[in-house]
Design a protein around this ligand. Structure first.
Ligand code: HEC
Ligand code: HEC
Length: 200
């Protein structure tokens, strides 16, 4: 826990100076992202993996940070500033770049509840009105177009994202996820996040 808090403090400092930095193209652009998102964009602490994510999804999220419609606390604190000076073409180039990197799975969920998560992922819970995730995110959670890859993302990130839609964040975004996530209970969220963290 101590280490996580320490990292958040560092991210807060970095987040506050990032917008003031000069934007000089090429490798420097990528480094502006990877000092939070980890080497090769594989994710680090609260900053999620970007490697292997869908290009269209990456672009749509950058746009939503710029337009302040993705408005959860970490997005506000870290991403609004990080993309404020990003030209649309640079956003596209970065999205293409990160999408092309082979992703590494986080493998950090609770393996004892992963099987339950897999069942919900594939079948939903019809009696509780919970949709199957498979229908949109694909048989291997690899995503398609602007629907994100979920397989191998970190447990903490997946869990927090699934909780936040139910808490009313991102209400200005046109996405089915608030409706999908609203009926998920804490145990279902933990099971799904665990299963997905072991994916690809
Ligand atoms: C100061 C740290 C920091 C920097 C610098 C930073 N990010 Fe982020 N980024 C974060 C955090 C933290 C999140 C998670 C936000 C959340 O919890 O919803 C995030 C989320 C994202 C997401 C959403 C991913 C998803 O799966 O939904 C994208 C896309 C993204 N960042 C792209 C970038 C790009 C491109 C750059 C470089 C221009 C960049 N980030 C620089 C910290 C940072
Ligand atoms: C009707 C289609 C649809 C269904 C069904 C669906 N999703 Fe999504 N999901 C989306 C879309 C579209 C996005 C991108 C949202 C955005 O742009 O903010 C998304 C985003 C997400 C994200 C954010 C990933 C990231 O990188 O931040 C998570 C986590 C997620 N979905 C989990 C699930 C789970 C778990 C289920 C099943 C219980 C599910 N989804 C069912 C369409 C769907």
């Amino acid at each position: 826990m101590k280490r996580i808090e320490w990292r958040i403090v560092v991210l807060a400092i970095v987040g506050s100076i990032a917008p003031a930095m000069a934007w000089d193209g090429g490798g420097a652009q990528v480094r502006n992202c990877t000092w939070c998102h980890g080497a090769g964009g594989q994710g680090y602490r609260v900053a999620p993996r970007l490697a292997g994510q869908r290009r269209d999804y990456l672009e749509s999220q950058i746009r939503s940070f710029r337009e302040h419609t993705r408005d959860n606390p970490f997005s506000k604190q870290f991403m609004w500033g990080a993309v404020a000076a990003l030209a649309p073409q640079d956003a596209r180039d970065l999205a293409v770049y990160f999408a092309s990197i082979p992703p590494k799975p986080a493998n950090d969920g609770d393996s004892s509840i992963a099987a339950r998560g897999r069942t919900i992922y594939l079948e939903g819970i019809p009696e509780a009105n919970i949709a199957s995730c498979y229908a949109c995110h694909g048989p291997n959670a690899e995503g398609v177009r602007d629907i994100p890859r979920l397989g191998g993302l970190a447990y903490f990130y997946l869990k927090t994202r699934l909780e936040q839609w139910g808490q009313g964040y991102h209400s200005g975004m046109a996405t089915p996820m608030p409706v999908v996530a609203r009926s998920l209970g804490p145990r279902e969220i933990e099971a799904l996040a665990s299963y997905l963290s072991f994916g690809k």
